[in-house]
Design a protein around this ligand. Structure first.
Ligand SMILES: [Zn+2]
Length: 311
């Protein structure tokens, strides 16, 4: 196919798309983030970054784009996560510039009203930013007016009880969400061929969404793709799952989630999507010559260039 490429780990993502038989996934970019390798990845030894200069930007940070994943099948549209919107990353963790998610969606020919469901991997700020829109003096309204907003119970309840502080979205998200959300369960099919897999650790009910092709014959690249949310923030964590990220809520939980996900990602015909892996969001887990797991990006089509860069 024309225009297929593999991007660089230390660059912001382009709007990339991958067809898996009868289902298509597109990274709908909202903007750019750059993580501080020390502030965001306190458990990663400095030597790792020294050995992997390809993982850092020229300014010495970790490129981590932000946005949502558009899943399209039979003319129907699901959005997984909703970018950072008008919020900003905590400066102790890095820098951000965002706000283009609706423009990206429009350029793809999709209107907010076309989205029939928004499924959240978790409720941190950089995955919920476009959930609600609010004009001056107006109450918040759903940015995607016809969409069901889907969250697993284990994720929703602690935030609603105000228990979680790290990475929590503003009350401007949690309060309006209370009036509209649809609670979902582990293992539930939330859209044709898309199933929720609860993988707690990064957050209390962090959820992976497994998107399956229902057309195995025409899916030579794989039969399912796992939208990984924030269980991993950089490919080095696939080789060394014990390297937690700063905002991880439950260290033991993250390790368990990662091992579960890695085992599943190594199953034949399985790809992954990682929100924050620079311009290598689509890939698979393989083993190197010494048997260590590694992220191997797969070629994907670029539909649009990177919408926003950090200055
Ligand atoms: Zn994130």
């Amino acid at each position: 196919m024309q225009n297929q490429s593999i991007g660089l780990l230390n660059e912001q993502a382009a709007v990339r798309t991958l067809a898996l038989g009868d289902v298509r996934l597109t990274y709908v970019l909202d903007g750019a983030m750059e993580m501080d390798p020390v502030g965001f990845f306190p458990a990663v030894p400095a030597g790792h970054w020294a050995r992997h200069p390809e993982a850092l930007t020229p300014s010495g940070r970790v490129a981590a784009s932000v946005g949502g994943v558009l899943v399209q099948r039979d003319g129907r549209s699901l959005l997984i996560d909703a970018g950072l919107g008008g919020a900003a990353l905590d400066p102790a963790l890095g820098a951000s510039r965002s706000g283009s998610l609706l423009r990206t969606l429009d350029a793809l020919g999709v209107a907010p009203g076309d989205i029939e469901a928004v499924a959240f991997t978790h409720l941190h700020t950089d995955h919920t930013g476009w959930g609600f829109t609010q004009g001056p003096g107006e109450p918040p309204r759903k940015t995607f007016p016809n969409a069901a907003y889907l969250v697993v119970r284990e994720e929703w309840e602690p935030y609603w009880r105000d228990e979680i502080v790290v990475g929590a979205p503003s009350t401007g998200f949690v309060e309006p969400l209370a009036g509209t959300l649809t609670l979902i369960e582990d293992g539930q099919e939330i859209f044709p061929g898309v199933t929720a897999l609860v993988t707690p650790g990064h957050s209390p009910g962090h959820t992976t969404y497994v998107v399956s092709s229902q057309d195995v014959v025409s899916s030579p690249d794989g039969r399912r793709i796992m939208v990984l949310g924030d269980s991993f923030h950089t490919p080095g964590q696939m080789t060394c799952p014990e390297w937690t990220s700063g905002p991880d809520t439950d260290i033991e939980g993250v390790l368990k989630a990662r091992l579960t996900l890695l085992e599943r990602l190594e199953q034949p015909g399985t790809l992954g999507f990682a929100f924050h892996f620079g311009d290598q969001p689509f890939g698979q887990v393989t083993r190197d010559a010494s048997g260590l797991r590694q992220w191997t990006p797969v070629p994907t089509e670029v539909l649009l260039p990177t919408p926003l860069l950090l200055g």
